[in-house]
Design a binder for this molecule. Structure first.
Ligand code: HEC
Length: 133
């Protein structure tokens, strides 16, 4: 999708030189074409944002296990809420648009779209590729 092409531009070069060597990178499935752009580097960067600059861990827990104020993001079979089916674009949409009427604000801690792409990649990979939270 065009917006992902734009947002992922910064990491695209890294993906090309990595040669797809990321342990968790897989060929794109027909139902998830956007995720072909997710690299191990993006996931690692997203992990840092989740536990650092983005402050996500404060509400969602250090192991994505959730808390009294926020749902788990390591679903382990539990249903998604605002992010609907838990696809990469849906997770990205929630991070960049928030969930109106809740404390899940758009761009938590003021993270940029580029950082939101990486943190969404991390959450997606935890749920779809057994990446450790
Ligand atoms: C102040 C607490 C708080 C912070 C900080 C926060 N969230 Fe949330 N988040 C929530 C709440 C509450 C919800 C559930 C909103 C609802 O009722 O649907 C949520 C929902 C979500 C969802 C959708 C979950 C689902 O089941 O569909 C995602 C994805 C998400 N947050 C990602 C993030 C990321 C990434 C960050 C950091 C950049 C972050 N959140 C920071 C409170 C927070």
């Amino acid at each position: 999708m065009a917006f992902l092409l734009t947002l992922a531009r910064g990491t695209f070069a890294a993906m090309m030189v990595s040669g797809g060597g990321g342990a968790h990178r897989q060929a794109p499935a027909a139902s998830q074409p956007d995720t072909s752009q997710i690299t191990a580097q993006m996931v690692a960067a997203g992990r840092g944002i989740f536990h650092g600059q983005g402050g996500c861990f404060v509400c969602h827990g250090g192991s994505l296990e959730g808390s009294p104020v926020a749902p788990p993001l390591d679903k382990k079979g539990k249903p998604w809420m605002a992010a609907k089916d838990g696809t990469f674009p849906e997770i990205f949409r929630v991070v960049t648009h928030g969930v109106p009427g809740t404390v899940m604000i758009a761009h938590p801690n003021g993270i940029s779209d580029a950082l939101a792409t990486e943190v969404a990649a991390y959450i997606w990979a935890v749920n779809h590729h057994s990446v450790k939270p």
